[in-house]
Write a protein of this length. Structure first.
Length: 62
């Protein structure tokens, strides 16, 4: 699941990078909104998986 989160995070970063037009200096709001959504969801998935893994490792030590 963490791989899926990292994938969403990387796709979001690429969309954010390409949402700006260098020639005109304007942003495509739809691309930027989608990028920010993917970045937020990817980050949540990664941290959730990391937290579960830490809890599982702690349980195995006990």
């Amino acid at each position: 699941m963490a791989k899926g989160g990292l994938f969403l995070l990387s796709i979001g970063c690429l969309l954010l990078l390409f949402s700006a037009n260098a020639k005109t200096g304007k942003y495509d709001i739809l691309n930027m909104t989608t990028a920010l959504f993917l970045i937020i969801v990817g980050t949540i998935i990664v941290f959730k998986e990391k937290k579960e893994k830490k809890k599982k490792n702690k349980k195995e030590k006990d």
